[in-house]
Ligand binder design. Structure first.
Ligand SMILES: Cc1ncc(COP(=O)(O)O)c(C=O)c1O
Length: 388
């Protein structure tokens, strides 16, 4: 296995904790602190001139780095505050059209997204939620089978947040396109941990964020819009950043930019962009293929230890179908997770699956063993942390 642990020094929290929760919040790169200091200094010294000197176009800087990671063409990614907003922008490009008024999603999509899909009913859309199997997977053929001529949009997670199950988007995209529906793929749990190529996939929209596997902190969600979609539609959720001449302050301005900013709306979250740049640079240098190889090996080791200790893992047992996370169901899992955190073994807990363990390229194999040893100690001794 490629030794990626030389990157550990770049992430301060790794010297203090066994940090295994990158599917929730990736570790902060040391360089993010300098980048944020640069933001503060620019604000302090350049003031409003910073907009013209860098800030107004900074979403494009971020977008270009993300495009390189997800195989997107130049000028196809826009930046948004969170994934729910990014999806809302995508959905604002479509409307119910005669009998074509159905949105297909899955029961394992992130709840925030499903609330948004449910909200579309007020516009006249119907919602078809494809149920999950017992192992909390939603196989692609089941999603494809739910798609027909009544389908306007198919919204699905590339990797399911609860079980880390990788949905093969290809058959879903093929079926959706065959019947004239658009696809919104949520890659928040895939970008940065498994290889993603939105161009090869032929997906219409792809959303994600820098918070998790891209180590960029909150406020940095993104939306890829395929060139063929951008050419023929405009979002209803729009604003002045999308216009070619925003400083004309003309309410009739119709000229829309031809790059990623065409999908943006109001004033962007500049400090979040400064925070995200170092993580994106590190992920570019390491490369997602190498990250995937290291992740697969750690996932396999975690699954072996789950078996050795006799615990249950609800999700798939196949490291090829898992994107980085192994959820381990142990007795009193919520209390065990809290105790682990109190002891600087940083994890989280999700109802229905237990403790989520999400190593990234900067974790060492011996941390996997240390983590499972600690889980086992807490389960056996029931020595929960105060308040857990
Ligand atoms: C697959 C997936 N989609 C969306 C979200 C969250 O979206 P938002 O950025 O709107 O909070 C998460 C967060 O954990 C997620 O795992």
């Amino acid at each position: 296995m490629d030794d990626l642990t030389r990157w550990r020094d770049e992430f301060p929290i790794l010297s203090r904790t066994v940090y295994m929760i990158s599917n929730s919040l990736g570790a902060m790169p040391r360089a993010a602190a300098q980048s944020l200091a640069e933001y503060a200094d620019t604000w302090a010294t350049r003031g409003v001139r910073a907009w013209e000197e860098r800030w107004w176009e900074m979403a494009g800087e971020l977008g270009a780095r993300i495009e390189a990671i997800i195989g997107a063409p130049a000028g196809s990614v826009s930046m948004h505050e969170n994934v729910t907003t990014a999806e809302a922008v995508a959905l604002s490009c479509i409307r119910p059209d005669g009998p074509r008024r159905r949105i297909v999603c899955t029961a394992m999509d992130f709840p925030s997204a499903v609330y948004l899909y449910k909200g579309q009913r007020d516009l006249g859309f119907d919602l078809d939620i494809v149920p999950a199997l017992e192992d909390l997977s939603v196989p692609a053929d089941r999603i494809a089978a739910a798609i027909d001529e009544r389908t306007a949009a198919v919204c699905l997670s590339h990797v399911l947040f609860r079980s880390s199950y990788i949905v093969d988007p290809k058959p879903v995209i093929e079926k959706a396109h065959a019947v004239g529906a658009v696809i919104v793929l949520d890659g928040y749990q895939s970008a940065g941990i498994i290889p993603v190529d939105v161009t090869a996939l032929g997906v219409d929209f792809f959303v994600g964020g820098c918070l998790k596997w891209l180590c960029g902190g909150p406020g940095n969600a993104f939306l890829y819009t395929a060139p063929w979609v951008k050419a023929k539609t405009h979002p209803r959720l729009t604003g002045w950043l999308s216009r070619t001449d925003p400083f004309a302050f003309d309410i009739d301005a119709a000229g829309v930019r031809d790059d990623g900013m065409a999908m943006m709306n109001g004033t962007p979250a500049i400090p979040a962009y400064y925070a995200a740049l170092p993580g994106l640079e590190i992920i570019r240098q390491v490369g997602v293929d190498r990250i995937r190889a290291a992740s697969r090996a750690m996932t396999r080791r975690l699954l072996d230890l789950v078996d050795e200790h006799g615990y249950r893992s609800v999700a798939s047992r196949d490291p090829e179908r898992l994107a980085g996370t192994v959820a381990v169901d142990v007795p009193e899992a919520a209390r065990v997770a809290k105790t682990l955190n109190a002891r600087d073994f940083v994890v989280d807990y999700r109802p229905g699956v237990g403790i989520r363990l999400s190593p990234h390229f900067y974790n060492a194999m011996d941390e996997i063993d240390a983590m499972m040893g600690e889980v086992d100690r807490i389960v056996r001794t029931k020595a929960y942390a105060p308040g857990a």
